[in-house]
Design a protein around this ligand. Structure first.
Ligand code: FMN
Length: 176
């Protein structure tokens, strides 16, 4: 089983990338690949820019990575109540080449934020959007108050209750 995991953020120190990396490690996987959205940076999408530059190979690389995976672990960062521009941008570019960007691949959708809601609005926005674009979301989990609940030196969730909740979700994850 091959897992592709990434944070929906271009922050170098992304807490969502850390959460996605940890969650991916809890699966019984043969291969895990962690993407960094900084490797998929493109100009801000517009139909005019698309006319000028065509369909960038980087967008194809992105959806091909998704096609490679058997399971997707995506943790969306929240900016102003929605997904980040960085994630939405590569998503928009990719969707112009392949409508079902997320390929109907079983997905664990996560979110994390330093605040008490754990990026719940971004998680909700992602759920609403992705279902039209091949998002086969099998389970969701939000990690609130990241600093208090995640041990950055160990790279794991330090709050036992939350850690057990995520482990339970992964134990029951549906792979179809
Ligand atoms: C422009 C901007 C808007 C933000 N808006 C929200 C928000 O609406 N809700 C929230 O919980 N956190 C918000 N935050 C804080 C982010 O959740 C925080 O920066 C988090 O670390 C982002 O995830 P990342 O580290 O994976 O990039 C915002 C941060 C920025 C820079």
């Amino acid at each position: 089983m091959k897992i592709l995991a990434f944070g929906g953020s271009s922050s170098r120190n992304s807490i969502n990338k850390k959460l996605a990396t940890y969650a991916a490690s809890l699966f019984n996987a043969d291969e895990i690949e962690i993407l960094d959205l900084n490797d998929y940076e493109l100009p801000l999408f517009s139909v005019d820019r698309e006319k000028l530059i065509g369909q960038p190979p980087i967008a194809k690389d992105f959806y091909e990575k998704i096609e490679w995976a058997d399971v997707l672990v995506i943790s969306v960062a929240e900016h102003n109540g929605g997904m980040t521009a960085a994630f939405k941008n590569i998503y928009d570019w990719a969707s112009r080449q392949k409508k079902l960007v997320f390929n109907n691949t079983p997905m664990l959708l996560l979110s994390a934020s330093p605040g008490k809601r754990g990026g719940a609005s971004a998680l909700e926005a992602a759920q609403i959007s992705m279902k039209w674009y091949g998002g086969n979301i099998k389970a969701t989990f939000s990690l609130p108050s990241f600093k208090e609940n995640f041990d950055e030196s160990r790279g794991n969730i330090s709050n036992k209750e939350l850690d057990n909740a995520l482990k339970e979700i992964i134990r029951n994850f549906e792979y179809e």
